[in-house]
Each structure stands twice: as structure tokens, then as C-alpha cells.
Design a protein around this ligand. Structure first.
Ligand code: BDP
Length: 723
């Protein structure tokens, strides 16, 4: 390029910047909600007044990363480098203060006593004749969380004057489960694994640091990096070294390393003849192996186990209980302060056994039998991350067992990367559901935060949706699911709408004209997918081969526990799965009487749960006053309409969004509309073929024949967009 052209280009850029062209410049989403774009001009002066310098007197690795984050964020947002000093020199100083190390905490009598190890106080005050803002915690990790909270204040256009914020997590272990396979692939649509195992421990990809920052900013403090169907090689010294290197990167951010293991490891790794949990040699093997892990990672968090499920071996093979299986590992972890997550996702494919009853039937009788360092990890619903499930009846059923919740942050069954589906709205519905475990108000949130049964140990796990895509999650709106997961693990009682508002402001712009409509769209997005996928309580209607797209006709010999027809139970007379106490499988009876009474009673049950609990005739009138056939078809159709409505809202947001992220979301919504039609039309075609009913008035016939949709599914071997 000639000197003249370079000069001319420079002028163009300068002019463009001056007149504002390029303000909505291209972004690839990699910065997530930590973009730290300059605040609106009018607000800068006030923010600068309370952020003139950063006072740091401690030099732990966590304080170092806290300092780096504040310098990065505040300098960028306020358009002025933030000086770091070791004592207050002017008004507007921000002070980082750890209990026992900073006099300012006792001088100002900051209320740190009840904050625990991870809480913080942010207080505006006058100290040594200067106006200051103190970010204080009992530990440096508390201060780190406080720093992110302070940054959020500016990112969401809130004032930083007169601050008096105090917060602490309500759940202890807030963990991401990466279902990543070792070859860098990922099960369940989360993209390629971010863990570059082949190059660890020598090469620590900078991506890990950004990953840790993002997690710390939303309170996540634990990570299981490997597949739930665990590869035993993870327990080898070679992989433990890799794991230790990763743990070193995550540690300053308050994140502990956990590991998923198979119960047969004593055989596959240790060469023993059995993995019977009560065998003394097996006990010793686990104790030794766990001690070995701690030599690599002294603050190792603990283990996660999937047993007796989907081909994974477990204690049942030795006629032992789940508690026997768990306790041998818990005992091995106990001397080191380690925790065991033992999953309740246990089921067999015996067609006589209603699959949704199995976890409760297996675990309820074992209440009180698990060691105190065990958390039984229960999926939010009793089946498998479907668009809507009633909350698992295990929540609230076991007063003497630590129960943690597991959700899928990855949208394995919910449209993969593309659909705009804000899971915060889904999880809030589950968390706010009342178990009646100790009378009214015993919500699932109160069970898992330990308040209902006074548990000393609490946990909340999410299956990560994070991969090597530039935007981490495959789509910008999937980032909202990572974000809201973290925030809900910190406070399961929090409002999904308020979290979405913060996310939208930080990820795009705090402009109310943007945040308002976008958050409305996010909150409505959940019901849209329920409507076009599985309305009125239908469940497990996806293609069983790859979990993507509809297959209500699916019926493979020998897989009664997976077959969609076994769940919709549609025939010429009616539809729905009878799980009532009087005439069905009595799954409803696993809930407390106040809850069971509603689910059992056609008069009281909400339409949204109808076909989960009842088999009704096609003429049965729903609460909407329509025959169930008509109502079903209208829901499918409404779902498509809801996606079209989202497309319209998004189109109006163009002035607020950079070109690339705007374009990607636009295309994804178009894809979602096509898929919504696919779900609607193929489901209507199938149920019409079974019921023989005419289409309700005003509903257009399916675009293709049922055979066409069946043919499409046979050609889809993996989850791919087929249009
Ligand atoms: C199912 C997933 C499968 C997991 C299983 C689990 O499709 O890959 O292994 O859940 O939770 O939904 O273990």
C-alpha cells in the first residue's frame, strides 16, 4: 500500500470516528458480558469522580487478577487509565480490603461478619479525609466477586455514588459440568471442547483465563472438565498433571477443579478384579487414588459420578445400593475435605417401570444413608431436560440428604445452538415451584439452598454450553444461558427477568429502548419453544437418534424408555400419559399431598402439565375451553407465531446492535422459524394420522406429508439444520 493510501485511510478512520460511523462496529461476541465499552458521555464525569484511583495493599494472585479486571474495565469504560496506588491519595479512591489485612474494614465497621468466605460489601464512605469506595470481603475471592459487582454497576448504567451493597452466595458449590470428550469434541451440542488436552500441561491456552474471568464474574466456583460418561484415562498420572495445570489457571479466580469418574475405575485403571464398593481392596484403591489426586491438586474439589444409567456401570452390578457406591468415594475424599457429587439419573429400560419414577424410587429409601460430604445431584425434572417438566419429586423428599440441582445450560433438546431460548425463564419456573416439603413456601430454590432442611452442604450444577466458537456458546443469546445459570447458582431465588436485564445491558447496551423489548422477547422465548415442540405437557417427542428435531412417531423395538410414542400414548381415542394415583402409574403420588392433589385432579391441573399426568380423549375440553385436539394444534401454530414475533422485535433492534451480532441472530431466528414449522407440521401430521381428526378452522395443512417428515429423519444422522 502506498504512503498516500495509508494516509488517506487514516483520515477516513479519523473522520468516521468523529462523526460516529463505525460506533456499531463488528463484534464477534468473544468478550461476552465483559465488553467494557465506554459509557455514555454524560455519565462519564460522575463515574470518574468515584473511580479516580485503585488502592491495593495485598498481592495475592486473586487480588492481582481483581486489580487487572478493575483496571481493564474502568479504564476502558471511563476512557482514562486507572492509576494503582498503595495508599489513598485523593477523593474517589477504590480500595480493595480483605478482613484481617485492611484496617479500613474495622475503622468503618463494615459488616463482614455474616459474609462467609465468598461474600462482599461495597461501601461508599469517608476515610482518612477522602471520599472512598471500599470493596471488602473476608477473603480475596470475596473481594474479586465484589469487584465484578462494582463493574456491573457501571455496565448497567447504575450510579456508583453512595453505594451500600452487600451480597453472598446462597449455594456453596456452583459448578459447570463440561460434557467434553477427550478428543476435543463435545457431546450434546456444545461445540468443540475448549480444553486442549493434547498440549496441556505445557501450553495453557489464554482462553482458559478468559473462561475463568467470565465464570468468576457470575459466581461459578467449580468446574468438572470431563464427560459425565467418564474416560478412565483421566485418572492416569499423565492426565492428572494436565488437570493440575488447568487448576492452576482457575485457582486465582476462586474456581476449584473436580473430576468425573467411573465406578469401575478400580478395575479399568487399577487392574482389580472387582469394583464392588464394599470390597476392602476397592476401598483402599479409591483412598489411594484420591490421595494421589491431592498430591497434584492440593485444593482439589472432589468427584462426580454417573452410575447405573445408560450403560454406565454402578453398584447395582454388585447388588449394592447407590449409597454404598457413593460412600466408598465419599470416605476416600473426606480426609482431604473433598466433596462427592453422585447423580440421581439412574434408570433401566424395563418397559413396566415408568421411567420418571425411577430416581425417586431408588433414592428416597436411601435418605440418611449418604455421608455428609455427598451431594445427590438431581436433574431439574424427572425425565431428561425436556422443554417443560414438572420439578423432580426428589426435591423436598429427603430431609437427611444433601440434594443439588442439575440443569442443562447447553440446549441439547432445545434447538441446539440456534434457537433463541432463554433458559433463565425455564429454571426460574422450576426453582419457584413449591414442594410443600415443610408446608407452603418450601420452594425448590429453598430446598437446594439448604434452608428447608438446614443442609450444611449445597450445590447447583449446569452442563456447560461452552466451546471453541468465537462467541463461546454458538450464539449470542446462548451466552445469556451461561450468564443466568451462574447468577441463579449464586442466588436461586433471583428474578430471571432482572438477570436478563443485566445481561442484555452488559452484552449490548444499557439503553432502555433496547433492554425493554429484548428482555420481553427473552422471557417469552421459552414458551415459544414449548408451544411448537411439546405443548400441553407432552415430553420426549424428539428424534431419539440425535436429540434434534421432532419424531413423535418414534418407536424402536426394545427402547420403550426412549420411544416418543411411549410418552405421548396417542391413539384414535386420546392422548397423554396417565400418571395419576387412581388409574395411572402413580408418579403423581411421589409428590407431597398438596402437590399430588393438583396433578391428580383434572379440574385443578394446569393445561401446561395436562398430558404429562393424564390420558384424555381428543374431545376433552382443556381450561382454554377447546377440545384437546384443537388446543394442541393451536399451540403448535402459536409457537411458530411467537418465533415470528421475536424476529420482528429483533429487526427493530438493529440501530442498537453491531452488524455481525445483529446479522447472526437474525439468521438464527429465521432458522428457528423454519424449525418451528418443522416441529409444528410434522407433529400435527402425525397426531392427525393417529386421531383421524380434521384440522381446526383456520389452521393450514402441514407443508409435507408424514412420510416426508419420516424420510427426513432417517436421513439425519446427527443434529444438523436440514433446510
Ligand atoms: C442425556 C444425554 C446423554 C447424557 C445423559 C446423562 O443425551 O448424553 O449422558 O443425559 O445425563 O440427556 O447422563
Amino acid at each position: 500500500m502506498s504512503a498516500f493510501r495509508i494516509f488517506a485511510c487514516a483520515i477516513c478512520v479519523a473522520v468516521a470516528t468523529l462523526i460516529g460511523i463505525g460506533r456499531a462496529s463488528a463484534e464477534d461476541g468473544h468478550e461476552l458480558w465483559l465488553r467494557y465499552r465506554p459509557v455514555a458521555d454524560a455519565a462519564t464525569a460522575a463515574y470518574r469522580q468515584s473511580a479516580s484511583e485503585l488502592v491495593v495493599t495485598d498481592n495475592s494472585p486473586t487480588i492481582a487478577v481483581t486489580q487487572a479486571e478493575l483496571v481493564k474495565g474502568l479504564s476502558a469504560m471511563l476512557g482514562k487509565p486507572l492509576p494503582v496506588v498503595s495508599a489513598v491519595t485523593q477523593d474517589g479512591a477504590i480500595m480493595l480490603a480483605v478482613t484481617g489485612k485492611a484496617k479500613v474494614i474495622s475503622d468503618l465497621r463494615l459488616p463482614v461478619a455474616g459474609l462467609g468466605n465468598e461474600g462482599f460489601v461495597i461501601r461508599s464512605a469517608t476515610w482518612q479525609n477522602h471520599k472512598v469506595t471500599v470493596i471488602a470481603g473476608n477473603t480475596d475471592v470475596g473481594v474479586l466477586y465484589g469487584a465484578f459487582r462494582y463493574l456491573r454497576q457501571i455496565q448497567t448504567a447504575q450510579s456508583t455514588a453512595n453505594l451500600n451493597i452487600s451480597d453472598k452466595p446462597r449455594v456453596q458449590i456452583r459448578v459447570l459440568n463440561h460434557w467434553d470428550v477427550l478428543g476435543r469434541g463435545s457431546a450434546n451440542s456444545a461445540g468443540q471442547s475448549i480444553w486442549d488436552w493434547p498440549k496441556l500441561p505445557a501450553w495453557k491456552d489464554p482462553l482458559y483465563t478468559d473462561y475463568a474471568r467470565a465464570n468468576a464474574s457470575i459466581g461459578i466456583n467449580a468446574v468438572v472438565p470431563n464427560q459425565i460418561n467418564a474416560d478412565p484415562v483421566m485418572l492416569s498420572p499423565m492426565y492428572l498433571r494436565k488437570l493440575a495445570a488447568l487448576a492452576d489457571v482457575l485457582r486465582p479466580y476462586g474456581i476449584k477443579m473436580y473430576l468425573s469418574v467411573q465406578v469401575t475405575s478400580p478395575m479399568t485403571v487399577g487392574g482389580l478384579k472387582t469394583a464392588d464398593p464394599l470390597d476392602p481392596a476397592v476401598k483402599k484403591w479409591w483412598a489411594d487414588k484420591v490421595s494421589e489426586i491431592y498430591t497434584y491438586i492440593p485444593d482439589f474439589g472432589g468427584l462426580l459420578v454417573k452410575a447405573d444409567s445408560e450403560g454406565e456401570p454402578g453398584p447395582q452390578s454388585y447388588q449394592r445400593t447407590q449409597a454404598d457406591g457413593a460412600n466408598v468415594l465419599a470416605d476416600a475424599l473426606k480426609p482431604h475435605g473433598g466433596i462427592l457429587f453422585w447423580r440421581a439419573f439412574v434408570y433401566s429400560n424395563d418397559p413396566k417401570w415408568d421411567r420418571v419414577k425411577q430416581a425417586y424410587d431408588t433414592f428416597k429409601p436411601l435418605d440418611g444413608k449418604f455421608r455428609d460430604n455427598v451431594i445427590v445431584q438431581v436433574k431439574n425434572g424427572p425425565l431428561d431436560f425436556q422443554p417443560r417438566e414438572p420439578f423432580s419429586p426428589l426435591f423436598g423428599a429427603t430431609p437427611k440428604t444433601n440434594i443439588g440441582m442439575e440443569v442443562e445450560v447447553v440446549k441439547e433438546y432445545l434447538g441446539g445452538a440456534t434457537h433463541l431460548f432463554y433458559l433463565g425463564a425455564y429454571w426460574e419456573e422450576v426453582l419457584q415451584a413449591d414442594t410443600y416439603a415443610k408446608g407452603k413456601g418450601s420452594t425448590v430454590a429453598s430446598v437446594i439452598d439448604g434452608s428447608v432442611f438446614k443442609n450444611k452442604l449445597t450445590g447447583f450444577a449446569g452442563v456447560a454450553n461452552i466451546g471453541t466458537d468465537r462467541d463461546w456458546c454458538g450464539s449470542t443469546f446462548n451466552q445469556a444461558n451461561w450468564y443466568s445459570f451462574g447468577r441463579l447458582t449464586w442466588d436461586p431465588h433471583a428474578s430471571a427477568r432482572a438477570i436478563a436485564e443485566d445481561w442484555a445491558a452488559m452484552t449490548f447496551t444499557p439503553d432502555k429502548a433496547f433492554v425493554g423489548p429484548v428482555v420481553d422477547m427473552m422471557m417469552a422465548s421459552r414458551e415459544a419453544d414449548v408451544d411448537f415442540m411439546m405443548p400441553l405437557g407432552l415430553h420426549h417427542q424428539f428424534a431419539t437418534g440425535h436429540h434434534y428435531g421432532p419424531e413423535p412417531w418414534g418407536n424402536t423395538a426394545g427402547r420403550e424408555d426412549w420411544n416418543p410414542v411411549n410418552y405421548n400414548r396417542a391413539d384414535k381415542d386420546g392422548i397423554g400419559y396417565d400418571r395419576t394415583t387412581a388409574t395411572g402409574t402413580n408418579y403423581a403420588g411421589q409428590y407431597k399431598p398438596q402437590v399430588a392433589a393438583v396433578f391428580n385432579d383434572l379440574k385443578r391441573i394446569d393445561d401446561k402439565d395436562l398430558l404429562w399426568f393424564h390420558h384424555v380423549s381428543w374431545d376433552y375440553k382443556t381450561k382454554a375451553g377447546l377440545p384437546v385436539w384443537d388446543d394442541l394444534v393451536r399451540h403448535y401454530d402459536r409457537g411458530v407465531g411467537e418465533v415470528v414475533a421475536m424476529e420482528k422485535i429483533w429487526a427493530e433492534m438493529k440501530p442498537y446492535v453491531d452488524t455481525d451480532r445483529f446479522a447472526k441472530t437474525t439468521v438464527f431466528l429465521q432458522m428457528q422459524e423454519k424449525e418451528a414449522k418443522w416441529w409444528r407440521d410434522s407433529s400435527i401430521a402425525y397426531f392427525q394420522s393417529v386421531s383421524g381428526r380434521p384440522l381446526p378452522e383456520g389452521i393450514a395443512p402441514p407443508e409435507h406429508s408424514l412420510d416426508w417428515y419420516k424420510e427426513l429423519n432417517t436421513s439425519l444422522k446427527v443434529p444438523v439444520y436440514p433446510f
